[in-house]
Write a protein of this length. Structure first.
Length: 130
């Protein structure tokens, strides 16, 4: 990477564009969110059984290009779309749009990230805010 994680630039995710009445942006504690996401039905694609994020070569074939795109954006300094998080059926954090962004940055040691969340779930995210 060319710059430090603190130099990252983020832009709004197109998923929330024009939906300011339904979404808000907060900064979250990445390790805490990652721990909650471990129980997601989709976490096996990105996480090893011990909870560590898989290396690029370990990811399923359909996830590798997504991870590589984020790695390339990091190297070039291009802005990243903010991930969109929600609350899952098991009351855990789910990563909607931007999963590759969130998990690639987590793999690089990012501790805090701006994300979009539904305003209706704002209280559920209080324990995950920084």
């Amino acid at each position: 990477m060319t710059g430090a994680l603190s130099d990252l630039k983020f832009i709004a995710n197109p998923v929330v564009s024009g939906r300011d009445d339904r979404y808000t942006t907060i900064t979250i504690d990445v390790p805490a969110v990652l721990e909650s996401w471990r129980i997601s039905l989709f976490s096996y694609e990105w996480l090893r059984p011990d909870g560590q994020i898989k290396a690029l070569a370990e990811l399923p074939a359909q996830e590798q290009p997504r991870r590589q795109e984020i790695e390339d954006r990091l190297k070039s300094g291009n802005p990243l779309e903010m991930p969109v998080l929600g609350i899952g059926l098991m009351e855990n954090i789910e990563i909607g749009s931007g999963r590759a962004t969130f998990l690639t940055l987590a793999a690089h040691g990012c501790k805090a990230l701006p994300v979009h969340i539904p305003k209706s779930n704002a209280k559920e995210f209080d324990p995950f805010r920084v």
